[in-house]
Design a protein around this ligand. Structure first.
Ligand code: ATP
Ligand code: MG
Length: 154
């Protein structure tokens, strides 16, 4: 990892602008704590996690491209959640979606992909000793989250 100090709120905002350049119909709302927060992490890799979560949220929401990003600061970690209003993920498939090459069968018929984006996210967050996961029910959208520790140095 190539860690340095950066403002995570700036990264959230700039990543949304990047996404809007290629997804003109996306409506992304940023909620939660919007105060500046310095974190010590690999900025390019954390950006990649955000981009993968956001592009999935838009891809698997063919009819409603409204996505919210929520940031929470806990005692020792910052939590970022990306929630969509798309097709959702059945409960029994949720534990598998971060596995390499895994794709939910029903969605893979309609949407192109390799099944590798979330696997890369899991690797990046594990290397930061963070947590990640998903909450969803079929047809009710999905909320992917990750956390990274707030600490100034290793
Ligand atoms: P790619 O490697 O191009 O990202 P992918 O999108 O299929 O391909 P992942 O991003 O790893 O791969 O996601 C794995 C699977 O999890 C997807 O194929 C899809 O079935 C499911 N999935 C991921 N994000 C969402 C979401 N926001 N809503 C519904 N299903 C999702
Ligand atoms: Mg993907």
């Amino acid at each position: 990892l190539n860690k340095h100090l950066f403002n995570i709120q700036n990264l959230i905002e700039s990543t949304c602008e990047t996404i809007h350049q290629t997804h003109e119909d996306a409506i992304i709302t940023i909620l939660g704590n919007e105060q500046p927060l310095e974190v010590y992490a690999d900025e390019a890799r954390i950006e990649q996690v955000l981009i993968n979560y956001l592009t999935n949220a838009l891809k698997y929401s063919p009819d409603n491209k409204q996505v919210t990003i929520t940031r929470e600061n806990n005692k020792n970690e910052v939590v970022i959640k990306v929630k969509d209003n798309g097709i959702g993920i059945p409960f029994e498939k949720q534990k598998s979606v971060f596995n390499k090459f895994y794709r939910v069968e029903e969605s893979s018929l309609k949407f192109q992909g390799l099944g590798i984006g979330l696997y890369i996210c899991a690797e990046i967050i594990n290397k930061h000793t963070g947590k990640f996961g998903v909450n969803s029910s079929k047809g009710n959208g999905a909320e992917f989250y990750f956390s990274i520790p707030i600490k100034l140095k290793d």
